[in-house]
Design a protein around this ligand. Structure first.
Ligand SMILES: [Ca+2]
Length: 181
């Protein structure tokens, strides 16, 4: 993304070193918005771009039930965030903790209608990465069908920032992911 003259000059030298006779793509697109050019990493306002998997993330500083949180993410063209590996998980933990250390955050994993089988928001099954806290998922009360990050300041240290199944109707803060626009 040649955002200024210096980067532009650098990229021109770089491509010319490789092949002076060919054309090279760079990261400027108008796929989402007709007639409006945008850099490939353009995220909605307030979202942070994660280069590694090319997604934008935002930890929302307001409480919502799971389905309302899901609707908010959907209104941005995304879903609740899906921490499928340790690197994304760490990124999301830092993101939520920068917003609020003392509150739990929903993310995009649930077993609604799946009888305790965990499914990501895109319909794929939970794989081998699942850093549940000790004794979780507990299904306490028999209605814990959604998943949250335990707060960073939870009194039981071993549970801090781990995954916990929680009732979907309990308001939590939440994290969305959306593709760059
Ligand atoms: Ca639980």
């Amino acid at each position: 993304m040649p955002r200024d003259a210096a980067i532009n000059t650098f990229l021109i030298e770089l491509k010319n070193d490789v092949d002076k006779n060919a054309a090279f793509f760079f990261g400027l697109i108008r796929i989402r918005h007709e007639r409006r050019w945008e850099w490939e990493d353009a995220c909605p306002s307030g979202y942070t771009y994660r280069q590694t998997n090319r997604l934008c993330y935002k930890a929302f500083n307001r409480l919502s039930k799971y389905n309302d949180a899901k609707a908010t993410c959907s209104s941005y063209g995304g879903t609740l965030a899906m921490p499928r590996n340790a690197a994304i998980d760490n990124f999301l933990i830092n993101l939520k903790n920068a917003v609020d250390l003392n509150t739990a955050f929903f993310f995009g994993l649930n077993c609604i209608g799946h009888e305790r089988r965990w499914v990501w928001e895109d319909g794929t099954a939970l794989g081998s990465f699942h850093p549940w806290g000790p004794r979780e998922p507990s299904d306490s009360g028999g209605d814990q069908d959604c998943v949250e990050y335990v707060s960073a300041t939870w009194y039981e240290a071993a549970l801090r920032d781990t995954w916990n199944d929680m009732a979907c109707a309990t308001p939590r803060k939440f994290i969305c992911q959306v593709p760059p626009t």
